[in-house]
Every structure is written in C-alpha cells, then in structure tokens.
Design a protein around this ligand. Structure first.
Ligand code: AR6
Length: 172
C-alpha cells in the first residue's frame, strides 16, 4: 500500500508525527516563519544541534532530533528564494522535498509533515509550489515503502483549500 498523502490546517509544531520538516535557510541557524516557531517549540538544544551541521545548500535537507517537540525528528529543508521561476527554483524546490523523503526513509520515519516550503518569506507562488510538493512527494514515497503517511501542513484555510483541491480530497 502506498503512503497516504493528506492536507491539514495546523501549527506544524503541534503535530504528533515522527518528523516535521522545517522550511529553513542555508545557515540552519533559525529565522522567522515556521523556522522560528520550530526553534521556539523545540527549545535551545535544537539550535545547538543545528550549529554542528555546518549549514545546508539550497535544495538539500539535514536531520536533527526534535527535542521538546512532539515530533521525534526535524528535517531541515532549504527551499529556493523565488526570483521569477527562471533560476532553477522549481527543480530546487522539488529537490528539497525529495531529499527530505530520502532522509526520512533512511531513519525509519513512518509519518512526516511538511510546511509549504518557500511560500512565505521566500515568495514562491503558493499553488505552483503545492503542485511541485505533491508531485515530488508522490514519486519519492513510491520508492520509500516504510513511509506510511505524509501530511501537508497548511497555515491558513485558504492554503488548505488549495492542497485539498490538488489532492482531490476537497470536502463534499
Ligand atoms: N505551521 C505551519 N505552517 C506555517 C507556520 C506554522 N507554525 N508558520 C508559517 N507557516 P516561511 P520560507 C507557513 O516564511 O518561505 C525563515 O526565516 C507559511 O504560511 O516559514 O521557506 C527561514 O529561516 C508559509 O506557507 O518559509 C528562512 O530564512 C510556509 O509556512 C525563510 O524564512 C513557509 O513560510 C524561509 O522562507
């Protein structure tokens, strides 16, 4: 059975999953948005762990423990800054989703939740980013049979509606 893909509206930091994915920057030293919320909820040990990772290139991901979070792990993924779409942004965005799924599979993670990477401070248009997220995760989990459920965690009802439509799970 392939993993279930589902959209939810929630604060990512509250989700009871094996891993949450952070929309990080390449320093991995924290920031605003979902990154700031994750660091606040996880506590200072997360920043200490991130310091040891030596940053992360755009399109890649690295894993830490989740510390005070309900999630056991945080996968820090670095999405692209949107510059209009002609500078490799779609491929970089797909790459960070692929890398996050690969790391999850390598660590025996069965359930994980993504935020809409790059769609906040990094300015990636929401619906094109959601399409890439869904298509990339669908393809990646196909070769990672240990992963049972992937949640797309949306901050707003409007964002949730986009994911539900694209996933074909809109409420009837
Ligand atoms: N739970 C779920 N989704 C959230 C939450 C939350 N608590 N908070 C924000 N979002 P952003 P980016 C959504 O800006 O665009 C940071 O400073 C938000 O509505 O967090 O990848 C990093 O350090 C949006 O849809 O990440 C980087 O410097 C999505 O999360 C930079 O921002 C991503 O918004 C990364 O920018």
């Amino acid at each position: 059975m392939p993993a279930t893909l589902r959209a939810v509206q929630a604060d990512l930091t509250t989700l009871q999953v094996d891993a949450i994915v952070n929309a990080a920057n390449s320093s991995l030293l924290g920031g605003g948005g979902v990154d700031g919320a994750i660091h606040r909820a996880a506590g200072p040990a997360l920043l200490e762990a991130c310091r040891l990772l030596g940053g992360c290139p755009t399109g890649d991901a690295k894993l830490t423990q989740g510390y005070r979070l309900p999630a056991r792990f945080v996968i820090h993924a670095v999405g692209p800054v949107w510059h209009g779409g002609e500078r490799g942004e779609p491929e970089q965005l797909a790459s960070c989703y692929r890398r996050a799924i690969k790391l999850a599979a390598q660590h025996g993670i069965r359930t994980l939740a993504f935020p809409a990477i790059s769609t906040g401070a990094y300015g990636y248009p929401f619906e094109p980013a959601a399409r890439i997220a869904i298509a990339t995760v669908r393809a990646a989990i196909y070769v990672s049979p240990g992963i049972r459920e992937v949640l797309f965690c949306c901050h707003s009802a409007e964002d949730l509606a986009v994911y539900e439509r694209l996933l074909g799970q809109a409420a009837t």
